[in-house]
Design a protein around this ligand. Structure first.
Ligand code: NAP
Length: 268
């Protein structure tokens, strides 16, 4: 798979004037989205809980400009901290794009063995999180007539055995996307989502410390044989759909989900 060069791309509506906020911006997918936006010239707020990792990733991405990375440590389940971060990034300019990539996952286990604390953590970060982020960013999105892109999962569409808490939270993300499209559309704000397939990175577990280094290639993933395009997803694969939905190319699209999974969901 060839790496995509966003620095040489021109995308209508995403460029030097763009102000974007990426939650989970220190994680595998969020960092890749932030990098692409910075290569396109945007000013990008990198949001995650670990202040040290937010600072390190923002510094690393900032050096890969022309765009700018702004480190913003915040917790997506805490409205005050998200408001402070969104206000600091938006200033008087507003926000053009909010990408919700923060989430927590878990290891597969029998449904009756899912700890209550795991259910609570997953509902909080994965479902309450995008609601709080939307509330915190609303005035700024309104000013710029901006867009929200939620990062969901194929787990919203089909059940992976043993992921009894995670899948339902992602189904809720897709439903929230539709709700936001209906409620915020009259203010000129679009809301869409992208559902990545299983990727050889590991979504960090609900009980790990914030900012832990993700282990690569340890996730329990389906074999590539069941995927029509015969390979698992790469981080680069998701960026295109996210940027498309956030750009002026999608200016009349709201309330949709784009599965990006090599056809896994349509194969028997
Ligand atoms: N990897 C996959 O196979 C896969 C497949 C389908 C969908 N997805 C979805 O893609 C998105 C990104 O996944 P990923 O694999 O890139 O995950 P990841 O590498 O584990 O990154 C998760 C990010 O979210 C942040 N985060 C977690 N809780 C937070 C909170 N309460 N407030 C603010 N930030 C928080 C983490 O930083 P801190 O810990 O420092 O807060 C980190 O930056 C998620 O929505 C996931 O559900 C992933």
């Amino acid at each position: 798979v060839t790496a995509l060069e966003w620095g040489t791309a021109r995308i209508p509506g995403l460029g030097l004037e763009t102000r974007a906020l990426v939650t989970g911006g220190t994680g595998a997918i969020g960092r890749e989205v932030a990098l692409a936006l910075i290569q396109l010239g945007a000013t990008v707020g990198v949001i995650a809980r670990s202040e040290a990792r937010v600072g390190a990733v923002a510094a690393e991405l900032d050096a890969l400009g022309p765009g700018r990375a702004v480190p913003l440590a915040a917790d997506v389940v805490d409205l005050d901290s998200m408001r402070r971060a969104a206000d600091a990034l938006a200033g008087d300019r507003g926000l053009d794009l909010v990408v919700n990539a923060a989430a927590v996952g878990t290891t597969a286990k029998p449904f009756h063995e899912i700890p209550e604390a795991e259910i609570d953590a997953m509902l909080a970060v994965n479902v309450k999180g995008p609601m709080i982020v939307a509330q915190a960013c609303l005035p700024h999105l309104e000013r710029a007539r901006g867009a929200i892109v939620n990062v969901s999962s194929i787990a919203a569409h089909a059940a992976h055995a043993g992921h009894g808490a995670y899948g339902p939270t992602k189904a809720a993300v897709n439903r929230l996307t539709v709700q936001l499209a209906v409620d915020l559309g009259p203010a000129g704000i679009r809301a869409n989502s992208v559902s990545p397939g299983q990727t050889p990175t590991r979504l960090r577990s609900w009980d790990e410390a914030p900012g832990g280094e993700p282990e690569v290639a340890t996730s329990k993933v389906v074999g590539a044989d069941g995927i029509p395009l015969r390979r698992r997803g790469e981080l680069d694969d998701y960026v295109g759909a996210i940027l498309f939905l956030g750009s002026a190319m999608a200016r009349y699209i709201t309330g949709v989900d784009i599965p990006v999974e090599g056809g896994a969901l349509v194969a028997l």
